[in-house]
Design a protein around this ligand. Sequence first.
Ligand code: CMC
Length: 428
Amino acid sequence: MSEIAKLELNGKVYEFPVITGSENEKAIDISTLRSATGYITLDPGFKNTGSTKSGITFLNGEEGILRYRGYPIEQLAEKAEFLEVAYLLIYGSLPTLAQYTKFKKTITLHTLIHEDMREFFEAYPAKAHPMGILAASLSSLSTFYPESHDPYRPQEAVDLTIYRLLAKLPTLAAWAYKNAMRHPVVYPKNNLDYCENFLNMMFSMPTEDYKVNPVVAQALNKLLILHADHEQNCSAATVRVVGSSQANLYTSVAAGVSALWGPLHGGANQAVIEMLEAIRNDGGDVDKWINKAKDKDDTFRLMGFGHRVYKNFDPRATIIKKASDDVLKALGVNDPVLDIAKKLETVALNDDYFKSRGLYPNVDFYSGIIYRALNIPSEMFTVMFAIGRLPGWIAQWKEMIEDKAPIGRPRQVYTGATKRDFVDIDKR
Ligand code: CMC
C-alpha cells in the first residue's frame, strides 16, 4: 500500500503522497501544498527539500555511499577513465569499446577554441582569478555558437554542444593559467589523452618540451572522476535553475562555475591549502586553529571539514587521502603541509565539537595536497574541480531538459514593510 503523509492545519487534514526512490529514499510530495492549503514550506538552504527526482547519482551521507548511475565511486576511481565516466553520467550507461572510441575521437576534434577568443585572454589582468576567466569564457563560447541557444534542438545538435564543452574546458582552463603566468598559450594536441593533453597545455613551454609523467596523469584522472558529480549540490542546483529558464547549456554551466568558486563549495580546496600554509607560517600550533574554528565569535572555519550530506565520512576523502600518500611517494615529494593536515585531522576527529556535529574531512581536505604535488598552483585548484564536475553539470542539465522541468522559482515569506505611501524627497 502506498504511504500517505497527513498534514493538519487549522483543524483540516490534508493528504500528500509519499514518493519512494530506487534506494528506498522517502519524500513527501508537496507539489499541491500551496494550491490546497494556501501555505508554503520554509527551508533555508534547502536542507530538507528535494528539488527533483534524478537517476544520475546516488548518495547516502549517513553510510558514506556515492554511486554514479549505480556504479560505486571506489570502482570507478580505481578502474575507469575520466571520459568513460563522463559518458556514463551523461548518457546513462558505460560505453561499449566502439562507443567510447568514437566519443573520445569526437571530443579531440573540438579541443581548439576560436582564434578570436584567444585575444580575450590577453585582455585579462595577470592577477585575474582563473575561475573568473573560466566563467566568462564559458559564457562567451555561446556567442560563437548561437545555434546552440535552443535547448530543445535535436539530440545530435545538443550532443555537439556537449562535445564542445568537454573538449574546450581544459583548453580554456590551461589558457587561463598561461595568462596568469604571462606565458604564450599552448595549443591542444590530439594525440594525447584528455588528462595528458591538459597537463601538456599547462606545463609545456616554447623553450622546453614537457613529458607527461604517467603517475601525474593517473592521479589527475582519479581526481577528476571523484569530482564528476555529486547530485543536487550548490553548483548542480544552480545549473539546473539557470537551465530551467531555457538559457543555453554554455551559460548554464558558466553559472555552475560561479557557484563552485565560493570557499564553502569548490573553492574550499584552495582555501584548505591557504589555511594549512597560514598554520605553518604561524608556527604550526594546530590547537590554536582548532579553537578558532570552534569559537562562535570567530568567522574562521576549518576548511575541508564538514559537509551538508556526509555526516560520518566522505567516501571521496577516503580515496583521496590514500591517493595523496601514493602520489607524494611516487613523485618523491615531501610536503610539510601534509604533516599539518594529518595533525589537524587527528585533533579534530577526537574533539567533541567536531564529533558531535558530524564534521569530517571532505573531498577538498587532501585534494589540494595532490594538486600541489602535481605542480598545479593553488588558484587553479577550483578550476581543476570544475573540469572534473563538468560531466555532472551536463548530465544534470540534460536530465532537467528531458524531464521538461518547470522553471526554478522558489517562493518566500515576506518580512519587509507593509504598504506605506511615497514621501517626497524634501519631506523625508
Ligand atoms: N569548521 C567549524 N565549524 C563548522 C564547520 C567547519 N568547517 N562546518 C560546520 N561547522 C559547524 C557550524 O558552525 C554549525 O555549528 P552550530 O550547530 O553550533 O551552529 C554546524 O557545524 C553545522 O554547520 P552548517 O553550516 O549548518 O552546515 P551546512 O550543512 O550548512 O554546511 C559546509 C556545510 C560544507 C558549508 C560547512 O561544513 C563548511 O563551511 N565547511 C567548510 C568549507 C568546506 O570545506 N567546503 C567544501 C565542502 S566539500 C566540496 C563540495 O562538495 O562542495
